[in-house]
Design a protein around this ligand. Structure first.
Ligand code: ADQ
Length: 486
């Protein structure tokens, strides 16, 4: 059996049963435990002097290989091009995009350097699975170093429409680099379509949908495959965690604070893509218009700050602190604080138990690759008396969870209406919606995501790659435009 090599920007500090492992970490770690293999990436340490050295640690069948970054590399590769250029652009926030050519050079340099660090650890039979936007040039760098193994890539965030991607000056270099992978995985069909649109209309490539499996892409002298693989969760495990935590202290404390009021709940990293300001304003609009809800409902927003050394993140934090203070000042009573706004990380078990307590899961990103919180909220519900998910149409999860109340996150009145409807929804309707969504989550759990990707990567043999001139589509093959309308 092939050995699996996972490459991601950060190697998640996983300990069995430990706290706060997200979907990527859980799904990937499980895959590694089953097949055996290695997880390679940044340790999270930043050095001001010296020379980073790879640290290799064996834990059962999994080898963790981590390395620190130098300060300049962290600034250019991680803070700069990854998080100040790619993240806003890929989340359709071209207005927040900051571009510096030196950062892009640093991004490519660090990708090449990380690839060189990995090469001596590789074996011939290894299959390499690279994750996310920090590592777009990674396959190109491995190929330049002579690596012939199969290499797949999964993008956890949205792939933007061409007109937005064009705002990133080295857009062509990025897409060309993506074409060095053997298999590209996107979260949803719209992301895949956006990629195909660029290939056909900006890169003069072709898309072949004739196999019925992953699309065959011909561009920049390469043939590769691409498909959508929506990431999932383990819904039954989350349900058990939630049930086990029902009588725990956090839930008891929360219930005591609520005094039998209803609870609307959101959990996000504090990020401008998550639509938090609009969400706070829609809750305010609910209190404004549905006066009967005043002092009958509280809104808990858990949002630990991330990337706090970037201006855009400092700005959103200040804005939210202002909004929560203003809205609470406007509506609070001596015995009622409408918005509980908390900046902490919680253990997964605590989050799951709190989700089960919440009557409404309020998940309204402006853009999101998938949004695992939406799936976790549904999983955590009591099937006998489930809460209602209010979900942005711009979260990847909205492609699957049609039992949610789907909202447009910039439509403040529309979101307030959805909150009111969710709070008053009859039990039978809540149960039916929850049943449908649980069936969907079970059918596409995180193992299915991983197994589908690995199956296609194993069969997207390196032999399909072309060397030299650009491959042309044979007659009878569909263009992306045809795929888009079919
Ligand atoms: P994120 O942008 O981080 O992930 P999300 O999918 O919601 O967004 O995952 C966050 C994870 O962190 C969830 O498992 C959540 O429970 C956990 N989490 C959030 N806040 C927490 C807190 N305060 N305490 C503890 N845990 C917390 C990126 C993409 C998403 C994509 C995922 C996975 O941006 O679109 O869904 O990767 O592919």
């Amino acid at each position: 059996m092939s050995r699996l090599i996972i490459v991601s920007n950060r190697v998640a500090p996983i300990s069995e049963g430990g706290p706060a492992a997200g979907g990527l970490a859980v799904g990937v770690y499980d895959a590694l435990k089953e097949t055996g293999g290695m997880w390679f990436g940044w340790s999270g340490d930043v050095l001001s002097s010296g020379q980073p050295q790879i640290k290799v640690e064996e834990r059962g069948p999994v080898t963790f290989a981590t390395i620190a970054l130098m300060r300049r590399d962290y600034d250019q590769y991680y803070r700069g091009f990854s998080n100040a250029t790619l993240w806003p652009a890929f989340h359709y926030r071209a207005d927040l995009l900051h571009y510096d050519r030196h950062d892009f050079e640093g991004y490519c340099r660090v990708n090449a350097w990380l690839a060189q660090q990995l090469v001596p650890l590789l074996r011939e039979e290894d299959v390499i699975w690279v994750h996310d936007y920090h590592l777009i040039p990674f396959a190109q760098a491995l190929r330049a170093a002579g690596v012939k193994n199969r290499i797949g890539f999964f993008l956890h965030i949205p792939f933007p429409a061409s007109q937005v991607l064009l705002a990133v000056p080295p857009h062509r270099e990025l897409v060309e680099a993506l074409c060095s992978f053997d298999l590209l995985g996107f979260q949803t069909a719209p992301d895949l379509r956006a990629f195909c649109d660029y290939i056909v209309n900006e890169a003069n490539g072709t898309v072949d949908a004739s196999s019925g499996g992953p699309l065959a892409i011909h561009a920049f002298g390469h043939t590769l495959h691409a498909a959508a693989y929506p990431i999932g969760v383990y819904p039954d495990e989350i349900a058990e965690l939630a049930k086990a935590g029902e009588r725990g202290k956090p839930v008891r404390t929360m219930k005591a604070t609520l005094h039998s009021r209803k609870l609307i709940m959101s959990v996000d990293r504090l990020d401008y893509s998550k639509g938090l300001v609009e969400r706070f304003r829609a809750f305010e609009r609910l209190l404004e218009h549905a006066t009967a809800q005043r002092n009958k409902v509280s809104f808990l927003q858990i949002a630990p700050p991330t990337r706090a050394d970037l201006h855009a993140y400092q700005d959103i934090r200040l804005q939210l602190e202002g909004e929560s203070g203003r809205i609470n000042g406007r509506f609070a009573e001596l015995d009622w604080t409408p918005i509980l706004y908390i900046h902490k990380q919680y253990e997964r078990s605590v989050l799951a138990a709190l989700f089960r307590t919440a009557h409404v899961g309020y998940v309204t990103p402006l853009r999101d690759g998938m949004n695992l919180v939406a799936k976790e909220y549904v999983s955590a519900q009591d099937p006998e008396n489930p809460g209602v998910l209010v979900l942005s149409r711009f979260a990847g999860a909205a492609q699957e969870l049609d039992g949610a109340l789907i909202v447009n996150p910039v439509d403040i009145d529309g979101m307030a209406d959805a909150l009111a409807r969710a709070l008053d929804m009859p039990l039978a309707e809540r149960q039916a919606r929850h049943r449908d969504m649980m069936a969907q989550l079970r059918e596409n759990n995180v193992s299915v995501w991983r197994d589908n990707f690995m199956r296609d990567l194993q069969s997207a043999s390196g032999a399909t790659r072309t060397r030299g001139g650009r491959a042309r589509a044979a007659s009878g093959k569909k263009t992306a435009r045809e795929v888009l309308v079919s």
